[in-house]
Design a protein around this ligand. Structure first.
Ligand SMILES: [Zn+2]
Length: 208
């Protein structure tokens, strides 16, 4: 009766096969190797990792999250990304309340632990309102993130899924305004890895 196994969480969230290791099955553990592209690392494409993302997000699969953090940390080290802190792309407070614990924050915490770096909540998220855009020049992105604290020169910015890259772009810009010079990305899943080549990883020269 597969649904009973599913109910008890004994199916691998990636392949749907029997779960023979904590969080993610052994076959998927061997198959999923984080990749680097641009100044970012990611575990896999969203199309392949949809089940894992959902398990982490809605079913609180902490074993899968801890495993992913461990694997991503190894790739961050291999890529040579230096950082003074690990932070995450925040959500609105009400969503965090609904979900209990917020996956990007948990992933960032896990990475910080693996890498021996400080975990810091450097950003807060503001609700986007039309009145805010009217006051801003058209070429500027609406500012939905605000720094909560001064950022170190190099930051690892963690999110669970990268889709268009617009959210990462805005969060990185908030970190640049808070003092960061380089922001490297760490993602569980990426919709289109080519987008990783077009993200802003360095503070623009003009603002230095
Ligand atoms: Zn599997």
């Amino acid at each position: 009766m597969p649904w009973v196994e599913g109910f008890f969480g004994l199916r691998c969230p990636v392949c749907g096969g029997p779960l023979d290791a904590p969080g993610v099955c052994r076959a998927c553990r061997e198959k999923l190797i984080p990749a680097r592209k641009g100044q970012a690392v990611y575990l896999g494409r969203y199309a392949e990792l949809r089940g894992l993302v959902r398990a982490v997000k809605y079913r609180k699969n902490r074993e899968a999250l801890d495993w992913a953090a461990e694997r991503l940390a190894l790739q961050v080290q291999a890529a040579g990304f230096a950082a003074g802190a690990v932070t995450f792309v925040p959500t609105f407070p009400w969503r965090a309340l609904l979900r209990g614990q917020y996956p990007p924050a948990l992933l960032a915490r896990g990475l910080a632990r693996e890498l021996g770096l400080p975990f810091q909540a450097l950003l807060s998220r503001r609700r986007y309102t039309p009145s805010q855009t009217r006051r801003k020049p058209r070429h500027r992105l609406p500012q939905v993130f605000a720094p909560r604290a001064p950022a170190p020169a190099r930051v690892l910015l963690v999110d669970d899924v990268l889709t268009s890259g617009a959210t990462f772009r805005r969060a990185a810009e908030a970190l640049f305004s808070a003092g960061a010079e380089r922001v490297c990305g760490v993602f569980l899943a990426v919709a289109d890895p080519e987008r990783l080549l077009r993200l802003p990883y360095n503070r623009p020269e003009a603002r230095r």
